[in-house]
Design a protein around this ligand. Sequence first.
Ligand code: 5GP
Ligand code: ZN
Length: 402
Amino acid sequence: MAENGASPVALELVPALPIPDHLIGEVRSKLAYVDEAIARAEITGDGDHIHLTLHQPIDDARQAQLDEKVQRVVTSMVKGAFRPKVQVLEDHLDRPAPYTQDPMVELLQRGEVSQEIPGVFALGPRLARLMAFFEDRFVELADSFQAPPYRFPTLIPAHYLERVNYFHAFPHSLTFATHLREDLDVIDHFAGQAACDEHGLVAPPASFAQVQALLSPAVCYHLYFSLADRPLPGGQLAATAVGNCFRYEAINLASLERLWNFTMREIIFVGPKDFVLENRETARQRMQPVFKEIGLAYRMESANDPFFIGEFRKQAAFQSAFQLKFEIRARLPFSDSTLAVGSYNYHQDFFGRSLNISLPDGSPAHTGCVAFGLERIAYAFLAQHGLDPANWPQWVREAANG
Ligand code: 5GP
Ligand code: ZN
């Protein structure tokens, strides 16, 4: 049942252009942001039907509006798009992965995870220990580059994100932090009236101050900002940090695969082009035997970031053409799919130029990062090996079975 007791209804649309199979996932995930009436969106295999589930029936005028917005998404993402050439750097998808269930079912049954709201989960000791085990592996990788640890805040200033064009590239996934205005009447009124309904907190929007900060969507941005508007000390550097990251994913939020609030460990390189590219490649090679020992079935392949609709086609093609992003995609046997558990990124001199970070010769610094999602790697491991440590590869069993 939807809110106010109305029943969900199905709506089928024919996209103005057929959606090629390499874009089906990207378009589907963007449909989550098209209209608040949409509870679920699916695209059939051949890309010529969109099946929506709406929270409740809508009238013809609303339906025409919704249809126009869906077609706008389809047209801007599909028109003129070409199939990227996927480059595969490693393929270990055929490693044995004996478990075949969705671990989420057992994790929920055992009380090992509990959902606070969609995309936000409390995690119990089995997952916490597994994540700590993977963390140790990534810290070892950071140590192998003598990358010293940094600590960054969870909040990130709005003007930082503005300076790196984030509002334009990823507006859909932003999470804003605010507070009450510094006004006794506003605070008294709020304190007396604050209450939640089924959708969240009820309070007049005018109670809240202008947004100065957001919840940070990535870890490495904080490092680049700390280096902004000056020459890069020593001409090159490596750093590592772990942090909470936030990407709002609307109805796409499902299990530990896609979280609003997740944890990322990054190893970050700033310096000349070759320094960044060579370290990115070295990091890949150093992790190869680690993933083997952990028994992870995965493929490492070129990828693109989930840019918002207007930016998607151009930016994704650019990333693909210049091989700017590679993802470690772990196998999820239960759904016969893969999930990105880490990425190896090269930003060229984008941050160096945007933030005026200069090399000794006066040119802008290049940057790159290696980023691992801790919840995702633990989830993918459990999806392949199950929850019983007796069935885990020996190294993990001995180190993460508390
Ligand atoms: P990227 O910066 O490449 O988008 O993200 C780096 C890594 O963070 C991803 O490979 C993934 O492991 C993790 N990550 C990104 N988005 C999400 C998300 O929505 N949920 C979870 N659980 N992890 C994510
Ligand atoms: Zn990064």
